[in-house]
Design a protein around this ligand. Sequence first.
Ligand SMILES: Cc1cc2nc3c(=O)[nH]c(=O)nc-3n(C[C@H](O)[C@H](O)[C@H](O)COP(=O)(O)OP(=O)(O)OC[C@H]3O[C@@H](n4cnc5c(N)ncnc54)[C@H](O)[C@@H]3O)c2cc1C
Length: 237
Amino acid sequence: MTDATLRRLQQTGCDVRADRLTRILFATDASIYQIEPEGAAFPRSAQEASAVISAAIDAELSITPRGAGTSLVGNAIGDGLIVDFSRHNRGISELDLEKRSVRVGAGVVLDQLNNFLKPHGFCFGPDVATSSRATIGGMIANNSSGARAPFYGTTADHVLATEIVLADGRIAKIGSQGSPLEGERAQIERLLCQQSAEMAERWPPGMIKRWPGYGLKRFLRSPQNLNEILAGSEGTL
Ligand SMILES: Cc1cc2nc3c(=O)[nH]c(=O)nc-3n(C[C@H](O)[C@H](O)[C@H](O)COP(=O)(O)OP(=O)(O)OC[C@H]3O[C@@H](n4cnc5c(N)ncnc54)[C@H](O)[C@@H]3O)c2cc1C
């Protein structure tokens, strides 16, 4: 990217780097692919992520969110700006043992969460094999699961609410209690209802995890909850 673009991105207050080492480091993930990005950003909060994403969109850079980069299909690499949520955003708070809920940052690693929960007799059900690296943000975006999926389901089944940054920089909280994105939600629901007969025909009942593609069927079961379609969207929404 040009020096002027880098300055504009850095003026948002977010840590943004475009040196050769950073670009090479973020050119790969656990896949066989390699794409050198223009740079990488390391937001510390949703506000910083929002500001840097808006600036990148203004500069016509594509955005690729990234956790630990353990994906196998090249979905954590891209030619624009990599937004790395794993360096910061590692806070765990608001543990509620009665409701069995906890608030975690997108960069929290699964093993870190399970170490936190263990003294309380709990663990996070979906047991992705890369638990020592995989971030909760990456697990939600991939709708990750592991050997215990038939019992515990997939990550999407355990997401109560998320704070998200949209491509236009808006920050919104979405979940089963609804969301401020009613226009977007209603539009998706309308489109899916038109296709519901074909979806019912293609996807047999009882399928725990369907890959690839958006969680359209999950969303139709619970159309108030945009998390159902966010989970598994691989950073594209
Ligand atoms: C040896 C090996 C074993 C594996 N085993 C399993 C397994 O058992 N089950 C399984 O499901 N997967 C498995 N995987 C794939 C991968 O490890 C998991 O899907 C993991 O949960 C991805 O997490 P991550 O933090 O590495 O995400 P990344 O690879 O960094 O990103 C994954 C996707 O999420 C998006 N993303 C990341 N963070 C965010 C964010 N904060 N906001 C929005 N989008 C975001 C990225 O753009 C990308 O599309 C395995 C991979 C390897 C290499």
